[in-house]
Design a protein around this ligand. Structure first.
Ligand SMILES: [Zn+2]
Length: 373
C-alpha cells in the first residue's frame, strides 16, 4: 500500500470475492471481480438486489469484456449468487470495453434492458463497428503530430484498428437513457446518477443516499489515477478541467460514503481521495510548465517528465493521451502556446501571460508562476 492509500480506509480489509462468487458490501449490494488481460488485471462489477414491476431479481452494474473467460465467470455467478432470481436490468457506467463488453450478451441472455447515458451508448455503438475508423491510421497521425515518431510504435498503432470491437463486438440495439440527477429506484432504495466528464464521454456514477454508497465507476479510484486523455477524434479536447470539475462536484457527497470503484478495493475517504487527485494533477501541471520553460516540449517529450517508469506500447498510447490532456489544458488556459514545427510536430512553450497572438520573448527571459488553469 502506498502512502496516499494509507490515508483511506478499507472496511473489508484484504477480502476479495472469489472467482464466480460475490461479497456483500452493503445490504443488497454485492461485489464481484472479473479478470482483465491488461496491466490493469481486474474490474469490479456489482449486483444490486432489485424488483421491477413487482418482479424480484437483480440489477447488474458493468459487464466485463467480451471473452469466453468472462462469460464463464458470469455463468458461475448466475449459478451461485442469484438465488434463482433473474437479472432484470444492466446498467453500464460508461462505454469503455471492460464496462460495456458483455452488455449485449447479458441483455440477450436475460432479455432485459441496458441503461446507460446516451452519449456513451452512441459512442460505444460507433466504436464497436470497426469500419468507422476508430484507432488505426487516425490515432497514429494524431500521435505523430504530438511527437511519437518511433516507427515500430507507429506501425503497431496503425495496425490496431479493431481494438475496441475485439472487446465490444456488439452493442445492444436499444437502451434506456441515464441523465445526470436521475433517481433510479433499485429494490428498496433510490440511486442518483452523477455525471462525470473527462474520462469517458458521459460517465454515470450512482449514489445511494440511504445506504451511503457510491458506485464510482472509473471517476474515483483508490490506488491509480483515472485516465484522462485527449483522443484523435477531438484533438483540441480539454478533458482534464472537465474531469477535475466533475470530481469537485462529488465532494457534495458525505465524507463517510463507501466508495465502490471499478478497480481496487471499496474504500472510505472520498474527500481525501478527491484532494489527492487534485494535488496529483497540480503537480503534473507544474512539472509540464517547468519542462516547457526550459525548452519547447512536445507531448512525447513530456512522457519521461510525467511518467518515471518504462512504458510498453499500450501504456505509451494512454500516457500520450494524458500528456496531451495536461498540455491542452495549459494551452487553452493561455499559459502555454502551441506551435507546429516544420517537422509537423506540435511543441508547447510558456505564453508569458500574454495573449497567444502577441510575440513571445525567449523562454529564458520569461517569468511566470506555476499555476493551474
Ligand atoms: Zn473507463
Amino acid at each position: 500500500m502506498n502512502a496516499l492509500e494509507q490515508q483511506l480506509s478499507y472496511p473489508l480489509g484484504d477480502a476479495l470475492p472469489e472467482p464466480g462468487r460475490t461479497l456483500e458490501v452493503a445490504p443488497g449490494v454485492r461485489w464481484l471481480r472479473m479478470q482483465l488481460p491488461f496491466a490493469l488485471d481486474h474490474i469490479n462489477l456489482w449486483l444490486l438486489r432489485d424488483e421491477i414491476d413487482g418482479r424480484p431479481g437483480w440489477t447488474i452494474v458493468d459487464c466485463g469484456i467480451t471473452n469466453d473467460a468472462t462469460r464463464a465467470a458470469w455463468e458461475q455467478v448466475f449459478t451461485n449468487e442469484l438465488g434463482d432470481l433473474p437479472v432484470l436490468r444492466v446498467i453500464v457506467t460508461h462505454m469503455h470495453p471492460d464496462h460495456m463488453g458483455l452488455a449485449h450478451w447479458l441483455t440477450e441472455r436475460w432479455n432485459c434492458r441496458l441503461w446507460i447515458s446516451a452519449t456513451d451508448y452512441n459512442a460505444a455503438r460507433l466504436a464497436s463497428q470497426a469500419t468507422t475508423g476508430f484507432g488505426g491510421q487516425a490515432t497514429a497521425l494524431f500521435m505523430a503530430s504530438h511527437g511519437l515518431t518511433d516507427p515500430e510504435a507507429m506501425e503497431k498503432i496503425k495496425a490496431r484498428t479493431n481494438y475496441y470491437a475485439s472487446m465490444v463486438p456488439k452493442v445492444p440495439e436499444r437502451f434506456r437513457r441515464l441523465l445526470d440527477g436521475d433517481a433510479i429506484r433499485i429494490g428498496e432504495h433510490d440511486w442518483t446518477c452523477h455525471v462525470g466528464y473527462g474520462h469517458a464521454p458521459e460517465h454515470m456514477s450512482l449514489h445511494c443516499p440511504d445506504l451511503g454508497v457510491l458506485i464510482s465507476g472509473d471517476m474515483v479510484l483508490p490506488r491509480i489515477s483515472t485516465n484522462v486523455s485527449v483522443i484523435d477524434l477531438e484533438p483540441e479536447g480539454n478533458p482534464l478541467p472537465l474531469y477535475l470539475d466533475s470530481l469537485e462536484r462529488l465532494r457534495a457527497l458525505p465524507a463517510d460514503t463507501l466508495v465502490l470503484p471499478s478497480h481496487g478495493r471499496p474504500f472510505r475517504g472520498l474527500h481525501t481521495r478527491i484532494d489527492q487527485l487534485q494535488a496529483h494533477h497540480d503537480e503534473r501541471y507544474a512539472e509540464v510548465m517547468a519542462a516547457c520553460a526550459e525548452a519547447p516540449h512536445s507531448a512525447a517529450d513530456i512522457l519521461p517528465v510525467m511518467f518515471k517508469r518504462k512504458l510498453d506500447l499500450h501504456q505509451t498510447t494512454f500516457a500520450m493521451g494524458e500528456s496531451i490532456a495536461h498540455l491542452n489544458a495549459l494551452w487553452l488556459a493561455g499559459k502555454l502556446r502551441r506551435l507546429m514545427g516544420s517537422d509537423g510536430i506540435y511543441r508547447f512553450s510558456p505564453s508569458c501571460g500574454r495573449r497567444r497572438t502577441e510575440p513571445l520573448a525567449s523562454a529564458a527571459e520569461t517569468d511566470y508562476t506555476f499555476r493551474c488553469p
